[in-house]
Each structure stands twice: as C-alpha cells, then as structure tokens.
Write a protein that binds this ligand. Structure first.
Ligand code: 6GU
Length: 302
C-alpha cells in the first residue's frame, strides 16, 4: 500500500514513520509520502488560504493550490521525500477490470441488456486512488472503513486547516479519485493531521503481516459489533485484587462464555446503541436480562 498525505504541517505526520507503521515501511508493506501543500502555492507569501465568500470568521483553503497538489499526487509526479524508503508491495489487490476480463468474468458487463452495475461493482474495477478528506462535517469513520481501505493500493489524505477547503476542490477531485469526506468523532480538531494519523493507524494495522503476533482481527472491539471485555495478566493477585477465577480455570468453553458475557455487559453499559445491530442468541439475551436486573437493584458499577 502507498499512503500520501498533503498538509501544511509535514512534521505533524512524523509519527507515521514510527513504531508499527515504520516497521511496515521497512518491511516493504507500506510506502509513505508526506507533501507540503505550500510547495504548490504560487505567490511570494506561499499563501494557501483566503477569506470566505459570504463572510464569516476564519479562512478557507484555496482551490488554486489544492487542485494542482491533488493532480500531482494522483499521478505520482509530486516530489516524494520518502522515495528513498522501500517501495510498497501491492497487497490483496482488488481484481481490476482487465483481470476480470482475462479470467472470463465480467466480460459481458458492456453487453447489451447487461444489468446496471452496483456502486460496489463499479468500485471493484475503478483504479482511481482513494482520497480521504478528514473533516468534522464528514461521515463517521468506522472499523468497516478501516477494513475496506486496508485492501486499497493507494490512499491519499488531504489535511485541511482553518475553516476547511473550498468545496470545489472535493467536487473536482472526483475526476481523479474516489473521494471520502470522513470524521473521526463528534468533536472539532484544529486540522485533519491528527485524524489522518488515527485513520492511517487503524488501516495499516489490518494489512496482512503488519501485526505479526495477532492470530486475526476477529477479536477486536467492533469486529463482532461488541466492545472487548477486560483482560488480565500475572500476578493472580495484585494490590488485593484477584483475577477472575474463570480465567485461571483452564476450562476454555467456560472462558469463552465468560468473555462473551463481559463483552455484552460492557457494551450494554457503555455503548448500548451498538447492541441494536448485533445478532443476539438466547444465552446473550439471558446475560443482558441479568445485567438489567442487577442494575435495577443497584448492582456494582464498572
Ligand atoms: Cl476528521 N477533522 C477535523 N479537523 N476535526 C475533526 C475530525 C476531522 N473528526 C472530528 N473532528
């Protein structure tokens, strides 16, 4: 995978090269390019923003700077400070149109009377890079997005500052990119840089081989729609607090059942709205009913 980031604060993205992400770069699973938006500014002051049409506070980032920056990064002609780093290996590459045709599949899609393509089918053979625009006005970024994006060849993050980027930049970019305007939560950051770090980390850890010692991501919070329950390590007793007995019992069926119950209880307590989208069996419902009952009678709080 290749990740490009366009920002007026390239130093802010330095953490991309550290720890897990740095290791993925060394191993050739990831290439990162961080680009200074001001390199595309044309005036002497290298200005990237201007006052908003219609009035109001703050400044808006200029289309005349963002447009060429996005064009160059899409086509790979932008100066790339990371070119000395290992090249990215394509991984889990989605089948492209040509591959599908060669395999004898999808070759009739242009035929007369063929069913119209779904947006997902169209995306399958769309080799435009994915442009991610972090903004508090975007759709919420979720684990499902992280999973999908981890299969992409090329992600580009466009970090806005000030009041935002002229909307025509985003509209025009659809010609060269598939575009996603996303938010990482219901609060406002100064700019998209930290949100980019958050999303890049969520995506890169899902690239096969990046999290070496993990069997799978199936046990992550959210992957089954529930929060993960508590975890413990040695010693069995610490400051007078014991590890739950079941975890030291060696009875794996019992342990699995306990973990499922803890996930359900924690989710009910902290994120009850998540339960609406989870398939619950009879045992799960019993666990939740017991938790409900405990709470009504003033049971312990976690
Ligand atoms: Cl993605 N960007 C900014 N600037 N603020 C945010 C955000 C993103 N998500 C939540 N707040």
């Amino acid at each position: 995978m290749r990740i490009d980031v366009i920002t007026i604060f390239p130093d802010y993205l330095e953490p991309l090269r550290h720890a897990l992400l740095g290791k993925a770069i060394e191993e050739g699973r990831l290439a990162v390019g961080v680009h200074n938006l001001r390199d595309w500014a044309s005036d002497n002051h290298k200005s990237v923003d201007d006052s908003p049409f219609g009035g109001g506070p703050g400044m808006v980032m200029k289309p005349s700077v963002w447009g060429p920056a996005l064009d160059d990064v899409a086509s790979g002609t932008a100066a790339d400070p990371s070119r000395d780093l290992a090249t990215a290996l394509p991984h889990l590459r989605k089948p492209r149109h040509d591959d599908l045709a060669a395999a004898g599949e999808g070759s009739d899609t242009a035929a007369e009377g063929a069913a119209p393509e779904s947006p997902a089918e169209r995306d399958e053979k769309d080799d435009r890079p994915l442009l991610i625009v972090p903004t508090p006005a975007g759709r919420p970024f979720t684990q499902a997005d992280a999973v999908e994006w981890s299969r992409e060849d090329h992600l580009v993050f466009a970090c806005g500052r000030y009041e935002g980027i002229d909307q025509r930049v985003v509209d025009d970019a659809q010609r060269t990119y598939r575009v996603r305007e996303v938010s990482i939560g219901d609060y406002v950051l100064i700019g998209g840089e930290v949100a980019t770090l958050v999303m890049a980390e969520a995506v890169v850890r899902l690239i096969p081989g990046v999290l070496g010692n993990r069997r799978s991501h199936e046990e992550d919070s959210f992957s089954d729609g529930l929060l993960e329950g508590p975890c413990y390590t040695k010693p069995r007793t610490w400051r007078g607090l014991d590890v739950p007995e079941v975890l030291t019992s060696g009875d794996h069926a019992r342990i699995d059942k306990w973990r499922r119950a803890e996930s359900l209880r924690r989710t009910a307590e902290r994120r009850p709205e998540l339960l609406d989208r989870v398939e619950l069996d009879a045992v799960d419902r019993d666990v939740l009913a017991a938790w409900e009952e405990e709470r009504r009678s003033g049971g312990d709080e976690h």
